[in-house]
Design a protein around this ligand. Structure first.
Ligand code: DC
Length: 211
């Protein structure tokens, strides 16, 4: 059984939904590294302190119910706004931010039996992961899923604006100099454009149990 699983891919590909299902089925810990970049973004949006100072003593915790705590206070909902999505992508380009979060993420993975998702998990954070997945889907499909998700939450949403926001984040995340989003050479590519969440989770679970 694969003990350390890395899942990378662009925004809206279904990484967190699928990773949560796999974690629950295997009894593994799910680590959402995007939530950690979002927590840094939220802290910087609330402070006039320099990012470099602010990151120094930041405390970020993720619990087993996917709740996110920033300096001891729950921020699970606050980090999910479009503004914080954009700001998380902005702050993630800085080497000192990535270094700090990479250290924290490696520590979190030390216990094993983890599935960690993000942009650079297979390439940088856990290059020795037992299984690496690169999960993607077409831009249109990713925008459609995000649109439906927000609509279900009762938010007023504009499909074209969502598509633009995702395209911009794709560009920033793949073109940044340090640890850009890219498929690790040994990662298995799954295109979820025409697959259901359960089909993707099923594929990953099969890969987890094969040697
Ligand atoms: O997965 P997400 O949409 O919650 O991530 C928010 C942003 O954080 C994403 O646009 C880029 C950044 N990020 C990153 O640079 N590296 C990671 N491992 C995870 C997220």
């Amino acid at each position: 059984m694969k003990k350390i699983i890395a899942v990378d891919g662009p925004a809206g590909a279904g990484k967190s939904t699928v990773s949560k299902i796999v974690a629950a089925k295997l009894g593994y810990t799910y680590i959402d590294t995007g939530a950690m970049y979002r927590a840094v973004a939220l802290k910087s949006s609330r402070s006039c302190e320099d990012l470099i100072m602010l990151i120094d003593d930041i405390e970020i915790e993720l619990d087993d119910r996917a709740r996110v705590f920033l300096d001891g206070v729950e921020v699970t909902k606050e980090i999910r706004t479009p503004e914080i999505s954009k700001l998380a992508s902005d702050v993630s380009k800085f080497g000192f931010v990535r270094k700090k979060l990479t250290e924290l993420q490696r520590k979190m993975a030390e216990r094993g039996s983890v599935i960690m998702d993000g942009r650079d998990i297979g390439t940088q954070v856990l290059p020795n992961a037992d299984l690496k997945i690169f999960l993607t889907a077409s831009l249109n499909e990713r925008a459609r899923r995000r649109f439906e998700e927000l609509q279900m939450k009762g938010q007023e949403v504009d499909f074209d604006a969502i598509k633009k926001e995702i395209a911009l984040r794709d560009k920033q995340d793949t073109e940044r100099e340090i640890a850009p989003l890219k498929k690790a050479e040994d990662a298995i590519l799954i295109d979820s454009t025409n697959l259901t969440i359960d089909e993707v989770a099923g594929k990953i679970l099969t890969l987890c149990s094969t040697d």
